[in-house]
Design a protein around this ligand. Structure first.
Ligand SMILES: CC(C)(COP(=O)(O)OP(=O)(O)OC[C@H]1O[C@@H](n2cnc3c(N)ncnc32)[C@H](O)[C@@H]1OP(=O)(O)O)[C@@H](O)C(=O)NCCC(=O)NCCS
Length: 158
C-alpha cells in the first residue's frame, strides 16, 4: 500500500455515478474492503430511486475513488466511500466529500451521516477534517473475522 503522503492531485474530475459504473465500482471497492460488493449489487442499488454517488477520475479518466449515498427525506446516508490505495493521501476523498456537501447545499439542506469503525483513523480524520461531528456510537456493531467486535462511530454533517 502507498504511504500516506499529503499531496494534492491536480486535474481530478468528479462525476455523478449511475448503474453503468457498476463494474468500475466493484474494482475500486475490492481495493479497499475485506468484503467487497459485487457489480450486480452496485447496479441494483443504483437503480433504486434515492441512491446515487460521485466518482473521482484523474486527467486520464482513470477511476480513483467513489462515494455511494442513499437519500431519504431530509437525510443522506453515506453507504460507502473509498479511494484506490495507490492514490490515497492526495485529497481525493476530500474532493469527493466536498462535492457531496456542495450537492446537498440545497433549500432544506439534508443532514449527511455515516457509520465508521472506531479504529478507522484515516476515515475518522477525513470526516472530521471535512466538518463532520461525532454524534453517537453503536458498541460492537462491526464483527470482523478473527477480530473482536468493534464499535461504529456515527458522524453527521449538518
Ligand atoms: C478513508 C479514505 C477514503 C481516505 O481517502 P484519501 O483520499 O486518502 O483521503 P484524503 O487525502 O482526502 O485525506 C483527508 C484527511 O483525512 C485524514 N487521513 C486520510 N488518510 C489518513 C491516514 N492514513 N492517516 C491519518 N489520517 C488520514 C487526514 O485528516 C487528511 O487530511 P491531511 O492530509 O490534511 O492530514 C481512504 O483511506 C480509504 O479508501 N480507506 C479504505 C476504505 C474506508 O475505510 N472508507 C471509509 C469507510 S466509512
Amino acid at each position: 500500500m502507498t504511504e500516506y503522503s499529503k499531496k494534492t492531485l491536480k486535474g481530478v474530475q468528479i462525476e455523478k455515478i449511475s448503474s453503468a459504473h457498476a463494474q468500475v465500482l466493484e474494482v475500486l471497492h475490492r481495493t479497499s474492503f475485506e468484503s467487497p460488493w459485487a457489480a450486480p449489487e452496485f447496479a441494483q442499488l443504483l437503480n433504486h430511486p434515492g441512491t446515487g454517488g460521485l466518482i473521482a477520475l484523474n486527467a486520464q479518466t482513470t477511476p480513483l475513488g467513489f462515494i455511494l449515498v442513499r437519500s431519504a427525506g431530509d437525510e443522506v446516508e453515506i453507504l460507502t466511500l473509498c479511494v484506490d490505495p495507490h492514490h490515497r493521501g492526495q485529497k481525493i476523498a476530500t474532493r469527493i466529500l466536498n462535492a457531496l456537501i456542495a450537492d446537498c447545499n440545497t433549500p432544506g439542506r439534508p443532514k449527511i451521516f455515516l457509520e465508521v469503525g472506531q479504529s478507522n483513523q484515516p476515515a475518522l480524520g477525513l470526516y472530521q477534517a471535512c466538518g463532520f461531528d461525532r454524534v453517537g456510537e453503536r458498541p460492537g456493531y462491526y464483527r470482523k473475522r478473527g477480530n473482536a467486535a468493534e464499535a461504529a462511530i456515527i458522524m453527521a454533517y449538518s
